[in-house]
Design a protein around this ligand. Structure first.
Ligand code: ZN
Length: 148
């Protein structure tokens, strides 16, 4: 059993509208919105707030068929997932699978913030939708011999 998880990276929070939720996070809590980004693969817009080392990730559906739209429809707005930062997302997924967890994603994909992400199925994580994320290696600026 290897320990590739370093910390909680962020909490994902489903909202109907980022614009409507912004004043709460900015004025009531006094947090600063880092950036807002659309993630087409997940049919969401995301807004990130730094809260110490942990970030809050607001998720607004951009399509009524997105999983976030369906989540809000059945459960209402609120905490959607917990994301753990890992140093080895592929190894962590293999470990979870070996331990008997169902994976939603066998292969990590590009998530918000330039990270590789993958989710475990909530049925095998006791109701908490669990995300693993790993920062991608810095995109190089050219001039080196790598293939990017
Ligand atoms: Zn997330």
């Amino acid at each position: 059993m290897s320990a590739t998880i370093q910390k909680i990276d962020h909490l994902g929070i489903a909202v109907k509208s980022i614009e409507a939720a912004l004043p709460y996070y900015e004025k009531t809590l006094g947090l600063k919105c880092g950036h807002i980004e659309e993630v087409p693969s997940q049919k969401v817009r995301t807004a990130f707030f730094a809260c110490g080392e942990v970030h809050l990730e607001l998720l607004e559906p951009t399509d009524p068929e997105s999983t976030i739209a369906k989540f809000i429809e059945t459960k209402g707005e609120g905490i959607h997932h917990i994301a753990f930062a890992t140093t080895d997302i592929t190894g962590q997924l293999a470990q979870a699978k070996e331990a008997g967890s169902r994976l939603i994603h066998e292969v990590p994909f590009d998530g918000a913030g330039g990270k590789l992400v993958a989710f475990l199925h909530p049925k095998s994580s006791f109701g908490v939708l669990t995300e693993f994320c790993q920062p991608k290696p810095e995109a190089c600026s050219g001039g080196c011999s790598c293939s990017h």
